[in-house]
Design a protein around this ligand. Structure first.
Ligand SMILES: Nc1ncnc2c1ncn2[C@@H]1O[C@H](COP(=O)(O)OP(=O)(O)OP(=O)(O)O)[C@@H](O)[C@H]1O
Length: 503
């Protein structure tokens, strides 16, 4: 007999049907997707005329320590109502998992469609329609004081009739809640309009790295609704190229470090390649460029973006059905094929390290292969309209160039240690001058000086060893004995002198 599972939440709304809150009322048909800590199933709800549903089963033991948070988010979502937002029917816990029951969207996510059938992305009219529908959802969400915080093609779902819905509010946050928790003063208790919302700041890092706005990665500066606009811009690139920028790097913490602190030109090569034969319209490039402004305050609001010329002659859902959905295998079939292909790929190729610890190894590798100059700090990303992609920004390029030259000189000087005293000395002096000139960059200067110090210590050891060899001592530690011998000899000669004086 069906029993009501523990913690449950009926997402009440006058018009909504009450979905059962026990797992026995549902029959799982197929796995249709999986994310970081969740698996998504196609299922039927037996008491509801066996209607199709999707069940997202989230592991609460893993990355979701606070069940109340998740439940509150789902509850908050139930208060939202918009044709482009996918509401959940209900949610409840099943042992250590949270089941979120939602309408089944037959086309699945645009990410799943891209990875199966459109590896180089969609055509511009299709992208315009998908993005406009997403913007409708975002504009509504922001007007209600909510950030989505995880805008990406994987969270934009499509039904068989071409209707597009924004889903997955797992990490969404309410600006209103942030007001409540950050301020106890009565003056801020009145609900602000959208404009005042945008000045309120959240600080926790949430979302998926590739799509994260710079201010979310540097979370100490705070971020707000405009972080969603950045992710929306990245999603536009994802739909156009078939992948977000930098997706060849692991989405780990180390990757975030690489994005924000250090960047390799070899990565730039990899990230630059791909579907660049594709041409995009001026209005599309302009729209994306406005979303990917480093300065959040310069990014347009979702409402303003909707008025951008790019969306002016937008096609309808039939266009999407005809050009994307027709002939597409079912979401479950696609998922099976992709899973199978990725297992085969993993077996066929040597596994590459993708965890968070790979950074040091990469650095070691770079040292071994003398690739120091291929790493440079970056301060952020700029959108290159012509190339239609993000490009790293190097802080104060001239200083960086000087630093590079110095570092080359330093390394050369150290490497050539012993190969010619005068040359070596000249190189080192040049290096020191270079460092002294570059006083603006304390970190770089200290790092370079540390390398120099290490090299000098090493050379001091070599000089000592050489002196010992010249003296005829094989062992460096015989310095002390040698001094003793000298003293002995001096004493003996003094004794001889005295003997002579008294003889
Ligand atoms: N309601 C739904 N109807 C149909 N398919 C769905 C539904 N929800 C999710 N899916 C499918 O399941 C896949 C995985 O969904 P999930 O939300 O776990 O993935 P994700 O957003 O890509 O991952 P994550 O959020 O963990 O980064 C989606 O890409 C989509 O194809």
């Amino acid at each position: 007999m069906a029993t009501k599972d523990s913690s449950s939440s009926e997402l009440e709304s006058p018009k909504r049907l009450q979905y059962p809150l026990d797992s026995n009322s549902y029959k799982i048909l197929d796995e249709i997707g999986s994310g970081v800590s969740a698996v998504v199933y196609k299922a039927i709800c037996i008491p509801m005329n066996s209607s199709l549903v999707a069940i997202k089963s989230i592991d609460l033991d893993g990355s979701r320590p606070d069940f109340d948070d998740v439940r509150r988010e789902v509850k908050t979502l139930s208060l939202l109502s918009h044709p482009n937002i996918l509401n959940a029917h209900c949610c409840f816990t099943v042992e250590h998992r949270l089941w979120v029951v939602m309408p089944f969207m037959a086309g699945g996510s645009f990410q799943s469609i891209i990875s199966h059938s459109f590896p180089d992305g969609f055509s511009e009219p299709c992208i315009a329609f998908i993005l406009r529908e997403t913007l409708n959802a975002l504009s509504y969400l922001h007007s209600q004081g909510h950030l989505h915080r995880d805008i990406k093609a994987g969270n934009i779902l499509v039904d068989s009739n071409g209707s597009v819905k924004l889903a997955d509010f797992g990490v969404s946050a309410s600006i209103y809640e942030s007001i409540m928790s950050s301020s106890s003063s009565s003056s801020s208790s009145s609900v602000p309009g959208c404009c005042s919302c945008s000045s309120l700041m959240l600080k926790d890092v949430a979302g998926t790295p590739y799509w994260m706005a710079p201010e979310v990665i540097h979370s100490h500066v705070g971020y707000s609704l405009k972080a969603d606009i950045w992710s929306f811009g990245i999603t536009a690139l994802e739909l156009a190229h078939g992948r977000p920028p930098l997706s060849h790097l692991p989405p780990s913490k180390s990757m975030i470090l690489k994005i924000t602190k250090r960047f390799r030109f070899s990565d730039l090569d990899k990230f630059g390649g791909g579907s660049h034969a594709k041409k995009f319209s001026k209005s599309f490039k302009d729209m994306v460029a406005s979303c990917l402004d480093q300065d959040p305050s310069k990014r347009p609001t979702a409402e303003k973006l909707l008025k951008h010329p790019f969306f002016r002659n937008c096609k309808g859902s039939e266009f999407l059905v005809k050009n994307v959905l027709q002939g597409l295998p079912s979401v479950e079939k696609r998922y099976k094929e992709i899973s199978k292909a990725s297992i085969n790929n993993n077996n066929a190729t040597t596994p590459t390290k993708v965890d968070g610890d790979d950074e040091d190894d990469d650095d070691d590798d770079a040292v071994k292969h003398g690739k120091f100059m291929k790493q440079r700090r970056i301060s952020g990303w700029n959108f290159n309209e012509d190339g239609f992609e993000l490009e790293p920004v190097f802080p104060n390029d001239e200083v960086q160039d000087d630093e590079s030259k110095e570092t080359i000189m330093m390394r050369k000087a150290i490497k050539e240690g012993g190969e010619g005293e005068n040359e070596n000395e000249n190189e080192r002096l040049k290096g020191i001058e270079g460092v002294a000139m570059n006083v603006n960059n304390r970190d770089a200067m200290l790092a370079t000086l540390n390398v120099l110090k290490g090299s000098l210590e090493q050379e001091l050891g070599q000089v000592k060893a050489l002196m010992n060899i010249i003296r005829g001592d094989r062992n460096h530690d015989h310095d002390h004995d040698h001094d003793e011998d000298n003293k002995q000899q001096q004493l003996e000669s003094q004794l001889d002198t005295l003997k002579l004086q008294f003889s």
